[in-house]
Write a protein that binds this ligand. Structure first.
Ligand SMILES: [Zn+2]
Ligand SMILES: [Zn+2]
Length: 255
């Protein structure tokens, strides 16, 4: 499984983009960044997009992407995949013909730009060579993480979360887990803000990661709020975790 980081931050700055991860060629995990990195031909190869929750740093790329795809007239809808509550929220708050046109019925209902496929907890959806499962996590709006499998490797993606349980339990049972992408948003001094906004700090990140019970598992930190990046980096380094990488936009890695 190849992962390309289109963006990995919890907000934008001049050189930092919001969350979007390309898996192999045709799958995206979150859609905070799409069209500002991928050219038209790369965008037209995207066929499935996993949506963790509706916050703009995970969905705003859908706006330009939908316009670009409509112009491409590819003829096959792109499938948006997530919890039913997440997809309903997208429909009600983004594709509502107010904030953005309803691209689930444009250019027409039979063959729209987007179709939606809900996934319930623990259900396995096969997308090409990938198997995808979703687990609700603890955030301020309906939100989930994902476990994605391909042959003998599996990847965990936490989505935006504060302290949670189910996804770590599922990860612990995953026979071929090769890596975890786990959010960390604020430095430890802002623990109150992290609790309020339901995110993690480096100390909480460590506690949550430890619940998987695989201390040597490669773990990738993402979702840093750019203005706190240097402090978060220092605090993550102090954790002295064997296989911790702070993700950067543009990175690619393979499992
Ligand atoms: Zn976020
Ligand atoms: Zn969020």
């Amino acid at each position: 499984m190849k992962i390309r980081v289109l963006g990995c931050h919890g907000a934008e700055l001049a050189n930092q983009k919001t969350c979007g991860f390309q898996i192999n060629t045709s799958v995206l995990m979150d859609a905070g960044t799409i069209a500002s990195v991928l050219n038209l031909s790369e965008q037209s190869q995207i066929r499935h997009i996993l949506i963790s929750h509706i916050h703009l740093d995970h969905t705003k790329g859908l706006a330009s992407f939908s316009e670009n795809l409509q112009a491409e007239a590819s003829g096959t809808p792109v499938t948006l995949i997530g919890l039913e509550s997440v997809l309903n929220a997208l429909k009600n708050h983004l594709f509502n013909n107010q904030l953005w046109p309803d691209f689930t019925s444009i250019p027409n209902r039979e063959n729209p730009v987007f179709r939606m496929q809900s996934l319930s907890k623990g259900e396995v959806l096969t997308v090409g060579d990938l198997e995808i499962s979703t687990y609700a996590v603890n955030h301020t709006v309906p939100s989930s993480g994902f476990i994605i499998r391909e042959k003998n490797s599996a990847l965990l993606y936490s989505g935006d979360t504060h302290r949670t349980e189910d996804i770590w339990k599922a990860a612990a049972k995953e026979p071929h887990l090769k890596a975890a992408l786990i959010e960390v948003s604020f430095p430890d001094a802002l623990i109150d803000l992290a609790k309020e906004s339901k995110h993690l700090t480096p100390a909480l990140f460590y506690k949550e990661f430890s619940k998987i019970g695989l201390p040597n598992l490669p773990v990738y930190a993402y979702h840093m709020k750019p203005r706190y990046l240097q402090q978060i980096k220092k605090e993550l380094e102090a954790l002295a975790l064997q296989n911790l990488t702070l993700l950067k936009d543009g990175m690619c890695f393979e499992l």
